[in-house]
Write a protein that binds this ligand. Structure first.
Ligand code: NAD
Length: 270
């Protein structure tokens, strides 16, 4: 653990996961950040670097978040776990005065509101971003822009087959951003009928969202707009989880300057 005087003390939660391991590699490379804790459900006491195949980090895995937050004097947790545990983790972090940076998707709206309030009471910040890849942020922004001119739109998101939530957090965020730019619109033929349930996808304010789950994919999304005699496709592909890391490390630094919750990396970059 090499630490500079001003460095930000990071605990990674979900540290053994696909994203968690990438986050650890990114944090140890970043001079302004110091890895001080790694929490997951196993490997208690085992040195982190030896498990994920990097140099000795001086940090061992822990299975108890509260204890780790106290003993490590953490400034920030970076959570990439799953929708059923992230909520409790973030309440705990806030209780201990530790700022949450959350990549886990599928978080209920009511918890986002509650976190914002609690963070304001504690006068600390938090960031929740359904997608930390800059290209995906641009895709969402361009899609919102295009919806003003081409309001008929469908979203197809494609992810690896171990993903737990559908539609993806990115698709949800994209739909929310598009909905702000157009009136609610019923798309397709008024008498269309689903012969097989789900054939037309999920419905958000008249927009259809389709979720594909297959091995081989990482995280991909195509937003297709249709107009008279033309279509427009805006597509983003994360072909490696490294694509998320500049956004994650940026958020870990920016969160130190915030009060309350910011939802969406675009609100940190602008
Ligand atoms: P994963 O299943 O590989 O990893 C999740 C890890 O969390 C596992 O190691 C698991 O053991 C651990 N975990 C489960 N319960 C825990 C607990 N109580 N305490 C500590 N650790 C616990 O999943 P993944 O592919 O790494 O994805 C994690 C999350 O990140 C998902 O919600 C996914 O949708 C999201 N994601 C977000 C972005 C983004 O840019 N925001 C990008 C990719 C994935």
């Amino acid at each position: 653990m090499t630490e500079t005087k001003s460095s930000i003390r990071i605990v990674v939660v979900g540290a053994l996961g696909r994203m968690g391991q990438e986050v650890i590699k990114a944090v140890v490379k970043e001079p302004e950040l110091t890895l001080v804790g790694a929490v997951d459900r196993s490997h208690e006491g085992v040195e982190v670097g030896s498990v994920i195949g990097i140099e000795d980090t001086g940090v061992t895995f822990s299975t108890e978040l509260g204890e780790t937050l106290v003993s490590s004097q953490a400034d920030v947790i970076i959570d990439f776990t799953n929708p059923s545990v992230v909520v409790e983790n973030v309440y705990k972090a806030i209780e201990y005065g530790v700022r949450p940076v959350v990549g886990t998707t599928g978080i209920p709206q009511k918890d986002l509101h509650a976190w914002d309030q609690l963070l304001r009471e504690k006068e600390i910040g938090g960031i929740v971003a359904p997608n930390f890849a800059i290209g995906a942020i641009l895709m969402m922004k361009f899609a919102a822009q295009a919806a003003r001119y081409m309001p008929q739109v469908e979203i197809i998101e494609m992810h690896h087959d171990q993903k737990l939530d559908a539609p993806s957090g990115t698709a949800v965020k994209t739909a929310e951003m598009i909905a702000k730019e157009r009136e609610r619109l019923r798309q397709g033929h008024p008498s269309e009928e689903e012969k097989w349930a789900g054939a037309r996808g999920a419905d958000y304010e008249g927009m259809r969202i389709h979720s594909v789950r297959l091995p081989g994919y990482v995280a991909h999304q195509e937003v297709i707009f249709g107009g008279v005699g033309q279509t427009l496709s805006i597509r983003h592909d994360s072909i490696h989880r490294e694509s998320f890391m500049p956004g994650v490390t940026l958020a870990a630094k920016k969160v130190m300057e915030l009060t309350g919750l910011v939802y969406g990396l675009e609100n940190v970059i602008d």
